[in-house]
Design a protein around this ligand. Structure first.
Ligand code: B12
Ligand code: SF4
Length: 458
């Protein structure tokens, strides 16, 4: 039985534009969900993972599969449906799973043969068995997996073409920020994989550099942090010789021992969600965690950096409290914090989030012809009606923010500082050049976007 597992591309996602900005080569990440699905697939199935992000596959030239499984974030849904149509026309059954299928079941169910909602660990074997007998059900629900049942991802598949390997060590997040899908999809209970499994799986990864995809690597409570320390100790003891980057909340900076252990385990960079430069903004999105009394972001960033770990700050433009000038304000605040690079997105109501419910009920989804408009739900396009910012206005804020933070002298200053302080200067250079290149690309993309969308009702 031949199984294709497909990750559809969205041509509007700028980090996939490798030709236009060669630094993006280092930022095409592996579709870990499909590698885990492959790990769950019993022997007897011949598996190919097709990542369209590596280039357009020639499906007609490929052998006919017996089953196709497609994954999709919301921004990939349109292409997922095109691929599904192609294979269904050939009479090949198509199963769609992942976050979009879970959040938009009613839309997805009419476009494929079968939908799997939730995490796949508890249900995939059943789906395959039913497919083998030609008796696929329309819908399966995997719910939340027992964390000890997460298999090793198939790191032997997709072994070339990427700068980074990928692994997951925890699932879920208790913080439930209003714009984020993680709590709705993976649950509020923070689930940690057995440490021995994580260490053994790390050893299967061929790349020297690894992305730890966890949404919140260390968690929020003392017992989470204690487990994170145990994990880092075990990784250091195993002498993995990997360099890795991950995502964490700012409490990562609160514990010197944790930072020292993370660095010893190979941590080279951490992506931190600051989200808004103002307390009002943090209250609006429900990230009160960042507001804990006495928090000094600049000191926190410094503490992380002293362990030779880069800090990438993530921010959002378009909150109800954001007024003209927010773009420059974010760039300035990020400089004051001293972060090594920033990633700024437009506030985007993603289905299944509290933000979606609120904006939809207030009739503020400007791009609302679905499924066609999903391709713009990448966080790199304004898709909603923002309280104090027009369509032109919010784009200008984004451009001003990028120009300010990624001006050539500022990039050079940051990279020089990284070199001087022995803080992953190469990764910093690539991250800065890639972000800067993409913001230049984005300026062109915005011009086209405004031509196409400007006459809609904003
Ligand atoms: C790593 C990651 C990325 C990587 C992507 C790597 C890749 N190609 O997969 C990068 C950095 C490129 C990325 C980009 C984006 N991301 Co992202 N990303 C994540 C993150 C942190 C982890 C995903 C992951 O690997 N999980 C681990 C695997 C094992 O889990 P999984 O993929 O969910 O798969 C399980 C199930 O879903 C299911 N399953 C999945 N696919 C299938 C298919 C079938 C057939 C079946 C049966 C089951 C199944 O089985 C798996 C095992 O249980 C998630 C957060 C999260 N917790 O999901 C956000 C997340 C998926 N990203 C998100 C977003 C918004 C984006 C962007 C649009 C914007 C951005 N700038 O971040 C872009 C879009 C990229 C695009 N191509 O369109 C949102 C998506 C929300 C939504 N409704 O779509 C999430 C949920 C984060 C959030 N804060 O809300 N992302
Ligand atoms: S944004 Fe980060 S902290 Fe907030 S719910 Fe999502 S994963 Fe958790």
């Amino acid at each position: 039985m031949r199984l294709y597992l497909i990750n559809p591309a969205n041509p509007l996602v700028s980090i996939l534009k490798v030709k236009e900005s060669r630094w993006n080569r280092y930022r095409v990440w592996k579709p870990l969900g499909l590698m885990v699905l492959a790990g769950l697939t019993p022997p007897g199935w011949e598996i190919s993972i097709v990542d369209e992000n590596l280039g357009a596959p020639d499906y007609p030239a490929m052998p006919r599969p017996d089953l196709v499984g497609i994954t999709a974030f919301t921004s990939q849904a349109n292409r997922a449906y095109e691929v599904a149509d192609y294979f269904r026309r050939l009479g090949v059954p198509v199963v769609l799973g992942g976050i979009h299928a879970t959040m938009c079941l009613d839309e997805v169910i009419n476009r494929v043969d079968s939908v799997v909602t939730g995490e796949a660990e508890g249900i995939w074997a059943q789906v395959l068995e039913d497919a083998r007998h030609g008796s696929l059900k329309r819908r399966y629900d995997g719910g939340l997996a027992e964390i000890g049942d997460v298999p090793f991802a198939r790191h032997d598949l997709l072994a070339t073409g990427y700068a980074f390997g990928a692994i997951q060590t925890t699932r879920g997040c208790p913080l439930n920020c209003s714009f984020c899908s993680v709590t709705a999809f993976n649950g509020a209970r923070y689930r940690q994989r057995p440490i021995a499994d994580v260490v053994r799986e790390f050893k299967l990864i061929r790349e020297k550099r690894v992305l730890v995809v966890d949404d919140n690597l260390i968690g929020t409570r003392p017992e989470h942090i204690a487990r994170a320390k145990d994990l880092f100790r075990a990784m250091a003891r195993a002498d993995l010789r990997k360099e890795w980057v991950g995502q964490a909340t700012i409490n990562f900076a609160d514990d010197e021992e944790l930072l020292a252990l993370a660095a010893k385990a190979g941590c080279k960079g951490v992506f931190v969600g600051f989200e808004s430069p103002t307390p009002e903004g943090l209250v609006e999105i429900g990230k009160k965690f960042n507001l804990l009394k006495g928090r000094d972001f600049r000191a926190s960033v410094r503490r992380v950096q002293r362990h030779h770990i880069l800090v990438v700050g993530s921010f959002i433009i378009g909150l109800d409290v954001d007024e003209p000038g927010i773009g420059r304000h974010i760039a300035e605040v990020a400089r004051q914090y001293g972060v090594d690079s920033i990633n700024v997105g437009f506030l985007t109501p993603l289905p299944g989030t509290r933000l979606w419910d609120r904006m939809k009920s207030e009739d503020r989804l400007a791009l609302n012809t679905f499924p066609q408009d999903w391709k713009y739900y990448t966080l790199t396009f304004p898709v909603a009606r923002y309280k104090h910012l027009s369509l032109d206005g919010i784009i200008e804020e984004m451009v001003a923010c990028d120009r300010n933070f990624y001006s050539t002298p500022r990039i050079l200053r940051r990279v020089w500082r990284n070199l001087w302080q022995r803080r992953a200067p190469l990764i910093s250079l690539v991250a800065n050049l890639s972000y800067a290149g993409n913001s230049r690309l984005d300026s062109k993309v915005y011009a086209d976007f405004k031509c196409q969308q400007g006459n809609r009702d904003w």
